[in-house]
Design a protein around this ligand. Structure first.
Ligand SMILES: [Zn+2]
Length: 83
């Protein structure tokens, strides 16, 4: 089952659990949490797909650091000239 990461909407007012990020294992069919299970304050799900999303971000980040973004644009430009 996927693990979702939540955090209090106002972390400075949250409890020990929701003041920081906390993970909740939920079925895809489950409703997302709207309040902290411990203190009942509003929480939001952080944008973070498990594993897959994280690794894609890492790849993008690495590509940018390595300067691949620039090369990509050049490739795209060359590709567009073919038409
Ligand atoms: Zn809480």
């Amino acid at each position: 089952m996927p693990v979702y990461v939540y955090q209090a909407v106002e972390p400075e007012k949250g409890c020990a659990k929701c003041a920081g990020e906390f993970e909740v294992t939920q079925s895809i069919r489950d409703e997302r949490l709207s309040v902290c299970p411990d203190c009942g304050r509003p929480v939001q799900r952080l944008i973070q797909a498990p594993a897959l999303g994280r690794s894609k971000f890492d790849l993008d980040y690495r590509a940018k650091r390595a300067g691949f973004t620039k090369l990509k644009k050049v490739d795209k430009g060359a590709y567009e000239k073919l038409y």
